[in-house]
Design a protein around this ligand. Structure first.
Ligand code: FES
Length: 110
């Protein structure tokens, strides 16, 4: 089941910046580009460093540990195509950034 979470005020993250945050028990990297806000899983698939602490250039966030790049729009990795990160839908409403996440499935009837 998809659920939407209010994760930040738009004004709290300048264009060109990224940061890590935890939403519903999940670590995300939120980035603000000229094109809008983007959310991907925070843990780098190489050795788990926080991508939200990386630097952003041309729609790519670069891992702070060894520099692998991840396209914020698609999650694709520039070094290891077999190691993408998940992307999450983002919307902006009333000055806030909302991220949609897959949460636990609803209990099924027996
Ligand atoms: S931990 Fe991210 S590139 Fe190595």
């Amino acid at each position: 089941m998809m659920r939407e979470f209010d994760v930040a005020e738009c004004a709290s993250l300048p264009v060109g910046a990224a940061r890590s945050l935890e939403v519903h028990g999940r670590r995300l990297a939120l980035a603000h580009l000229a094109e809008g806000f983007f959310a991907i899983d925070d843990a780098c698939p190489h050795r788990g460093s926080p991508l939200g602490a990386g630097f952003v250039k041309d729609c790519v966030v670069h891992c702070p540990q060894h520099g692998w790049g991840f396209d914020l729009r698609t999650g694709a990795c520039d070094v290891r195509p077999d190691k993408p990160v998940l992307t999450h839908p983002v919307t902006v409403r009333d000055g806030h950034v909302w991220v949609s996440l897959e949460t636990d499935p609803s209990p099924t009837a027996h």
